[in-house]
Design a protein. Structure first.
Length: 340
């Protein structure tokens, strides 16, 4: 090979490498511009300090689903301005809830052999206090009003409540002593006034009344039940049929829940209802779409819940008394918690 030939080959290689580099840079800029545009089309999100302590008025914390570098981080907005800019914490969670300076964050742990999951108890500054292994895919999380108890539910098998081929595991931790009940199925079940045992019992969707009493869903024999739980007695007592993912009102008198309704699609079977615990009267809310979420009481009269949105989920509100209409509260958000 002559010297001139080698020079021609070298020049050609340089030109090709330059073209490739230019193309890569342009592609990166294009992708960056696309990401910026997608973020610009949604809510503004910025890094900052997020606390679980009262500060400067009532706030709403959510898992942020807006596209961009802060996706999946716990973020905060003023409760009165849910569409306003979000302050992102840097802490990523799949499920989240908080009360009285305590948070529960269900996280994925990415490994070479696949993902595992853990439940992380957070302090008021969103720093880890302690973590526990979670046996499957996170689906529900709650903190008691005092902040002393946390609970979470995971799918051990399956990934949806719509069918019957799933198994759940629900755990409760006392953050004062770190006493850990890793499976509420070990509690004694009293069904229709009688002790009951079965191999197909599943428990999910805890909502706390205080530091001992709670409500949850029990499924067995093809039916779901609202149960009242007692941590000291280690009992679950059925109260009402066809109740899933209960949420106790601030005054402790009503349960918001998703109910399977006749004639609905098996893939979208639920509607949002409220149960009066004194009279056991059911009230259908004005939300007529399928609800697969554990609703949250924003106050004594308004429910907040997630529905599918462009970037995963949006949060919606509806009056709890059956009046009014459903309205979108904020886009690209899930797992709400009100503080202050």
């Amino acid at each position: 090979m002559t010297r001139n030939t080698r020079l021609v080959i070298l020049l050609a290689a340089v030109v090709l490498l330059g073209a490739f580099g230019t193309g890569a840079v342009l592609h990166a800029r294009q992708q960056s511009g696309l990401r910026d545009q997608q973020q610009a089309d949604g809510p503004a999100v910025r890094s900052g300090t997020v606390s679980l302590r009262p500060s400067g008025g009532r706030r709403l914390l959510i898992r942020n689903l807006a596209w961009g570098p802060h996706r999946d981080e716990i973020a905060s907005v003023p409760a009165g301005r849910p569409q306003g800019p979000r302050t992102a914490s840097g802490v990523k969670c799949l499920r989240f809830h908080a009360a009285a300076g305590t948070g529960i964050c269900l996280q994925a742990v990415h490994g070479t052999l696949g993902d595992s999951y853990r439940a992380v108890v957070l302090d008021a500054h969103l720093r880890e206090r302690r973590h526990f292994p979670a046996a499957g895919i996170p689906t529900r999380a709650r903190v008691s009003p005092s902040g002393h108890l946390v609970a979470w539910t995971v799918f051990v098998s399956g990934d949806s409540y719509a069918g019957t081929a799933f198994s759940t595991r629900t755990a409760v931790v006392d953050t004062r002593t770190w006493a850990f009940d890793d499976n509420l199925e070990s509690f004694r079940l009293v069904k229709d006034g009688h002790p009951y045992r079965a191999a197909d019992i599943n428990v999910w969707g805890v909502t706390f009344a205080d530091d001992n009493r709670f409500y949850a869903t029990v499924a067995t024999g093809g039916q779901t039940y609202l149960v009242r739980g007692d941590l000291t007695a280690r009992t679950l007592t059925t109260l009402h049929r066809n109740v899933e993912c209960p949420s106790l009102s601030p005054d402790g008198t009503r349960i918001a829940y998703k109910k399977r309704v006749r004639g609905a699609s098996p893939d979208a079977p639920w509607r949002l209802y409220v149960l009066d615990l004194r009279t056991m009267k059911e009230t259908a809310t004005a939300e007529r779409r399928d609800i697969d979420d554990q609703a949250l009481w924003a106050d004594g009269s308004t429910l907040v819940y997630a529905l599918p949105g462009d970037y995963g989920s949006d949060l919606w509100t509806v009056p709890a008394d059956g009046t009014g209409t459903a309205r979108r509260l904020m886009a690209s958000a899930v797992a709400p918690a009100y503080l202050g």
